[in-house]
Design a protein around this ligand. Structure first.
Ligand code: XMP
Ligand code: MG
Length: 185
């Protein structure tokens, strides 16, 4: 793994694909223990969660369902109401054991929004599984139930995470190189 250039910025290897796999193995084991026999519904938040969702469920030899949503952003009028904010959710959530699958929880604002919209639909239980968690950036109050890896408060890409659309396909995780470091290296 060498440095990569995406648009205007350099990124350096930070977490190897092997480390990531081990972390996903562990969190998949936790989920399996917790949800065996409960037929959980995993809901991945697109675009970033496609990688983690796939890696997670292929390790889960329990009965489960997988679906994806997009979260509408808030420009313009909010007159369409809250429910339409979760685009693509066709499954009935009421009475189900729901696990929201995220690529990264940073400040936690996106997650809090998704969780409150899902909670309105009365799931039997509601939890979150995230590939990466930035504890130093987190300002939320919800517990982050299942975490593959904790990362420091730096911008990262790879394995689903992007810089303006690029980098989602990189294996492992890359960390942004501060501009003043790029010149000297
Ligand atoms: P929060 O938790 O702050 O995160 O609501 C909002 C969204 O921002 C993206 N995000 C990142 N994307 N590298 C990325 O590629 C990062 O380090 C990063 N931090 C936040 C991500 O889409 C998240 O859902
Ligand atoms: Mg995201």
């Amino acid at each position: 793994m060498g440095k990569v250039h995406l648009h205007d910025r350099w990124f350096e290897p930070f977490i190897t694909p092997q480390e990531l796999e081990r972390a996903i193995d562990r969190v998949a084991g936790e989920l399996k223990q917790h949800y065996a026999g409960k037929r959980p519904l995993f809901i991945g938040v697109l675009n970033g969660a496609f990688f983690f969702a796939a890696e997670l469920v292929k390790r889960l030899d329990i009965e489960c369902e997988v679906s994806f949503i997009k979260v509408a952003s808030y420009h313009g009028t909010a007159s369409t109401g809250k429910v339409s904010d979760l685009i693509g959710l066709n499954e009935r959530v009421e009475g189900r054991h729901v696990v929201v699958v995220e690529d990264i929880v940073d400040t936690g604002r996106t997650l809090a929004h998704v969780m409150s919209l899902l909670a309105e639909r009365h799931p039997a239980s509601l939890a979150v599984a995230t590939l990466l968690f930035k504890p130093e950036a987190y300002t939320g109050t919800l517990p982050i139930d299942f975490i593959a890896l904790r990362v420091p408060n730096a911008f990262v890409v790879g394995s689903g995470l992007d810089h303006n659309g690029l980098g989602r396909n990189l294996p492992g995780i890359y960390r942004i190189v501060q501009s003043d470091q790029t010149a000297s290296s």
